[in-house]
Design a protein around this ligand. Structure first.
Ligand code: SF4
Length: 242
């Protein structure tokens, strides 16, 4: 599943002029005037603080270089998943483009290849639910039922098509979640399929979505999609079982 980005205290950030530095641009990189990608300061750049945000460990040397370049402008903080930052409250638009949202941090699972439990904690922290349409939580379905329902309620009010690109854990799917997902008409959902052990839960989740949600039609135009390739395979297999 995808890792999240951290935000600092929202109130403090509102009052300060913070330039955020990113070593590379991705689809999720903010594009406002205070979001800077891969460059040092220009003469007119002014800030109270500079935050260098690093998602990928291979970008750490570039982040160090950028931090040195920006030190004459303002105090520089380096953070982000690559630094082991566990993440605090999520601030929309701060380190991720508006539309992306993180409502929880941490994961109670112990997948050997994943840094999330070490970085964000083995106990899921439920954050206050901010607006967004693309949910990036590391393991949303490990949250309490009331939190998941709050997230779905927030999503139901948003004008855009909903996506769950952070990945959902198939083993935690339940019929009521499938029904709620149906009502959200998501554009796409991702389920983790990292090891062979994930296959049976994926099959069960696929069936649940087909039976309760009827959103999973990978062929029809405009229908919700259950991704990625492994989940599509599962879905076909689930249908064959019917
Ligand atoms: S389910 Fe596994 S891969 Fe996904 S966030 Fe938790 S520990 Fe990481």
């Amino acid at each position: 599943m995808l890792a999240g980005r951290s935000g600092n205290g929202a109130k403090g950030n509102i009052m300060k002029r913070i330039i955020r530095i990113f070593s590379r641009r991705t689809k999720a990189t903010p594009d406002d005037e205070l979001a800077v990608v891969g460059r040092g300061p220009f003469l007119w750049d002014e800030a109270d603080e500079v935050h260098v945000s690093v998602t990928f460990t291979w970008d750490l040397p570039a982040a160090d270089r950028l931090a040195r370049l920006w030190r004459p402008v303002a105090p520089v903080l380096i953070g982000g998943p690559a630094t082991g930052d566990g993440g605090g409250e999520f601030v929309p638009g701060m380190y991720l483009k508006n539309g992306y949202v993180i409502t929880s941090r941490g994961c109670p699972n112990h997948c050997w290849f994943c840094a999330v439990p070490k970085r964000e904690g083995k106990i899921v922290r439920e954050l206050s639910v901010k607006n967004g349409i693309n949910v990036l939580d590391s393991n949303l379905l490990a949250c309490s039922e009331s939190h998941i329902k709050s997230v779905f309620a927030m999503l139901a009010k948003q004008p855009g098509r909903i996506e769950f690109t952070g990945g959902l854990e198939a083993a935690r799917m339940k019929p009521w979640i499938a029904r709620e997902l149906k009502n959200l008409h998501p554009k796409q959902l991702f389920f983790a399929y990292d090891t062979e052990d994930d296959l049976e839960p994926l099959r069960a989740a696929g069936k649940m979505l087909v039976e309760n949600g009827k959103l999973c039609n990978t062929n029809g135009p405009g229908r919700g999609r259950l991704l990625g390739r492994c989940a599509n395979t599962l879905l076909r297999e689930g249908r064959n079982d019917e």
